[in-house]
Design a protein around this ligand. Structure first.
Ligand code: G1P
Length: 235
């Protein structure tokens, strides 16, 4: 298994600091947030980590350069999360950890690897319950037990099949890259990872795992403050 950490976003919700400091490099204590995510990937057993960056985010590269299990690829155009993941194409199971989603209080990725083993190596998506009024910010699951029947990216409240949302962690087979290559733009005109997974569901089982830790969205100042507090309370 290899890990992919998409960290190519422009950080527009966190200006002006993101003009020079990528949001993923903001400190949580003495470590950049991204290093905590790298630690999570290693703890889950990833033997290589591919970080997807964009031009202007070279600070990430400088910080991690020299760590033998990490390499970098560029996303040259902002075409969506699915497109970012595709830039890191690997020929192995892919543990995807969003670079602005910090999970405090548990090692979500490691637990997802265990859940996958329990399902014969099937795909697992890390999820959280969200308040009904916020479903339109997330990928939302339609479930049968914990098996994913369908999923929809950022639905309107009245169209949301549940309150179980994709929460920044995915364990997917290498086959996902085939679906990403033929994926047409969806919500927001972007190539959505959710849409590619959705197409994969017709051929492969996937399961939702509501992990016990709390996801912190460090892509905006409020989320970042919350992450600092959660991390402090946990360490
Ligand atoms: C992405 C995914 C979405 C997911 C969310 C949080 O959205 O597209 O399905 O629920 O991350 O993990 P974004 O926050 O990048 O708009």
């Amino acid at each position: 298994m290899k890990a992919i950490i998409p960290a190519a976003g422009l950080g527009t919700r966190f200006l002006p600091v993101t003009r020079v400091v990528p949001k993923e490099m903001l400190p949580i204590g003495a470590k950049p947030a991204l290093e905590l995510i790298v630690d999570e990937a290693r703890a889950a057993g990833a033997d290589e980590i591919v970080i997807v960056i964009s031009e202007g985010k070279e600070l990430i590269r400088r910080y991690f350069e020299g760590q033998g299990d990490i390499r970098f690829v560029y996303q040259k155009e902002q075409k969506g999360l699915g497109h970012a993941v595709l830039q890191a194409e690997i020929d192995d199971d892919a543990l995807i950890l969003l670079g602005d989603a910090l999970v405090v209080g548990c090692c979500a990725a490691k637990e997802m690897v265990e859940v996958s083993k329990g399902h014969g190596g099937a795909a697992v998506i890390g999820c959280e319950r969200v308040p009904k009024e916020k479903v339109s910010r997330y990928g939302i699951m339609k479930l049968d037990g914990d098996r994913i029947v369908d999923m929809v990216e950022k639905p309107a409240i009245e169209e949301a099949p549940s309150d179980i949302a994709v929460a920044g962690r995915y364990l997917l087979p290498a086959a996902i890259f085939g679906y990403l290559k033929t994926q047409t733009p969806g919500k927001g005109g972007e190539i959505q990872l959710t849409d590619a997974i959705r197409r994969m569901l017709s051929e492969r089982d996937a399961y939702a795992y509501v992990y016990p830790g709390k996801r912190q969205d460090i892509g905006n100042p409020d989320g970042y403050f919350a992450a600092l507090e959660a991390y402090r309370g946990n360490s």
